[in-house]
Ligand binder design. Sequence first.
Ligand code: AMP
Ligand code: MG
Length: 320
Amino acid sequence: MSIISSDISKAVALLSTEELVAIPTETVYGLAGNIFSEKAIKSIFQTKKRPFFNPLIVHIPSVDLLQNIVSYIPEKAQRLADAFWPGPLTLVLPKQSTIPDIITAGKDTVAVRIPNHPTTLELLNQLDFPLAAPSANPFGSISPTTAEHVNDYFKDDIKMILDGGPCQRGIESTIIGFEGDEPIIYRLGSTSIEAIETIVGQIDIKNKKEIAPDAPGMLDRHYAPSTLTVLTDDISETIQKYSEKRIGVLAFSKSSDHDAVAFQIVLSESTDLQEAASKLYDALHQLDKQDLDIIIAERFPDIELGKSINDRLQRATVRA
Ligand code: AMP
Ligand code: MG
């Protein structure tokens, strides 16, 4: 029997008895459990094979609940929450003493956001506890953007996938931490730097080496297909280079016309970066299933969501 269902009351019942449920969000599907249940949280780490040093994001349904999770809210954090929540922006702030150490990997800060998905907002409103929900994939592999992707990974491991359709944004949340009262980007994501800068002014990105292993999304190899995948600025030159192989192509807006290309996906013919982001992981899942020798992925323009797409492609690939 399928574990995919859109029955919110069933998800409430499972989560209230310390079970895990995969939940839809606007970014990717999450593997959710009660933040106050040690059993549920341990089971998240075990199911994902996620190292315990990797802290989890806490999901809440309304901004009034933020003060139950964090002990201090800098003025710029409040402005970002007001501007982007519900939405794909995670804030890392000093934690309340009630937040279990297993959620924060023993740190005195906690990551929190309000997801923008009607099903999951309704679910969170019916629960009397917040949910920890890392992406619903084994550690290091491609994040899921449909209920079917989660089913492929975890159908034997969890009792329910709450179906909310394909994720509209398709890339993980942008994570912002604070040094003193000043925001710093810890992870690029579905909220663009340009949009963030309209709210808080110029913002720096912390070098990934400085924050690893705090943010495993920042590991050099993450979000990766099992097929060898290369990143290039020049698709046709790279196709020539590998023309003896069975090639898959992941392109931004234009298709390639070469006999060696066995399968290709164009992410947005109209060069819409949001459309491309929303299709990115599904494209990688599809390409990975085609029995290819190599996937050639095209680098995106280095602006807005193109920066976040390039960040993920860099971690999914090796250089051409
Ligand atoms: P995900 O697996 O997509 O849910 O990613 C969660 C990300 O949030 C991970 O990369 C974590 O390292 C990061 N994160 C969560 N809590 C903290 C924290 N207290 N400080 C820094 N990064 C955090
Ligand atoms: Mg993840």
